[in-house]
Design a protein around this ligand. Structure first.
Ligand code: DAH
Length: 339
């Protein structure tokens, strides 16, 4: 019997005798593994006289094929036997619950965005999507923030390479101009989306965050319309009526401009969320500045409007009592699976 035939016979015998998939794996390793017996055989080939090498190579390959086949046949047999054993009752418990399937969920920002889109659509608003890489014109210029205007300082801007006309939008307000360019007034729109600021991050600032812009353009719009819409917005978010107050706020694209506060929905006498004041700063808003209407191609004598900029990231933090805005975009499943 040649060495090969003996080796094959030995392998086949071991394969036949193996009684588990694990044992089979061991045999596979012994013969076919990187340092297995077949590898040893192959390593010898280069030491043979030149004219014997091709035959030796072919034989080694045949041997390998035969062992592989024997292992495959046995593996199928063992698997089949395992299933049969389970079915016949050995180790098979049909009452065991299936393994838990992991289900994903919507990101909390997506959740609140969709809720607000539903709410505003039910009031006749359209949902707009604006570009995240924006022209300086839409982000600043057309919003009554000309070059060198000091308000630009508060928007630490990521500029794109090139001549400085392209930037990552610092707020969703550019959607106001884009809306005026694409809709005939009267109209109502909201524009949720990502914004970017080049600033040092901390628990309440991230370089990327979410806002939702709102804009209503119609004839004879007054602060009363703004207040009415904001109360509806609050009811949609907190599911009850909350007292509100307006404080003056300066934003170049609105006149008058306000900071709108709501009574803290979480306490009566002050808590950590409202920093013991019983008011939470909710959103800035105002009546659209005539220059902005003009930039959008509208005549301020004929049309007016109100606008607001809701911080979605902050809203999600309030709602879920999240203490660090950076959790929102860290992509950590341990955080995300809580929602
Ligand atoms: N875009 C402003 C910001 O991010 C927020 C803002 C203020 C939006 C007043 C508005 C508004 O629509 O009326 O700083």
């Amino acid at each position: 019997m040649s060495d090969h035939t003996a080796l094959l016979a030995q392998a086949q015998e071991q394969v036949q005798a193996s009684d588990s998939l694990d044992a089979l794996k061991g045999i596979e390793r012994e013969y076919l593994g990187k340092e297995g017996r077949l590898a040893e055989l192959l390593a010898q080939i280069p030491t043979l006289p030149q004219d014997e090498r091709p035959t030796a190579g072919r034989e080694a390959n045949r041997l390998k094929q035969a062992i592989v086949e024997a292992v495959e046949v046995k593996r199928a047999e063992l698997a089949e036997a395992g299933i049969a054993a389970e079915r016949s009752g050995d180790g098979f418990d049909p009452t065991l619950p299936p393994p838990r399937t992991e289900r994903g969920s919507l990101h909390p920002i997506t959740q609140v965005t969709r809720e607000l889109e539903d709410l505003f659509q039910s009031m006749g608003y359209s949902v707009l999507d604006g570009p995240e890489v924006e022209l300086d014109y839409y982000n600043f210029e057309a919003l009554n923030v000309p070059a060198d205007h000091p308000a630009r300082d508060s928007h630490d801007t990521f500029f794109c390479e090139g001549d400085g006309h392209l930037l990552m939008r610092t707020h969703t307000s550019p959607s106001q101009i884009r809306a005026m360019e694409s809709f005939e007034p009267p109209f109502r729109v909201i524009a949720p989306g990502k914004c970017f600021r080049h600033e040092t991050t901390d628990a309440s600032h991230d370089h990327t965050f979410h806002q939702m812009e709102g804009l209503v353009v119609d004839r004879e719009i007054s602060v009363a319309h703004l207040i009415g819409a904001m109360k509806t917005l609050l009811r949609g978010i907190f599911h009850r009526d909350l007292e509100i107050r307006l404080r003056p706020g300066f934003f170049p694209f609105v006149e008058p401009g306000f900071e709108l506060d709501a009574r803290c929905p979480f306490c009566e006498n002050g808590c950590s969320v409202c920093k013991k004041t019983t008011w939470i700063e909710l959103l800035p808003c105002g009546l659209v500045h005539p220059n902005v209407l003009r930039a959008g191609g509208l005549d301020p004598e004929e049309w007016g409007g109100f606008a607001f900029g809701l911080g979605l990231s902050r809203l999600v933090m309030l709602r879920h009592d999240i203490d660090d805005v950076r959790h929102l975009l860290a992509n950590d499943v341990r955080f995300l699976e809580q929602f």
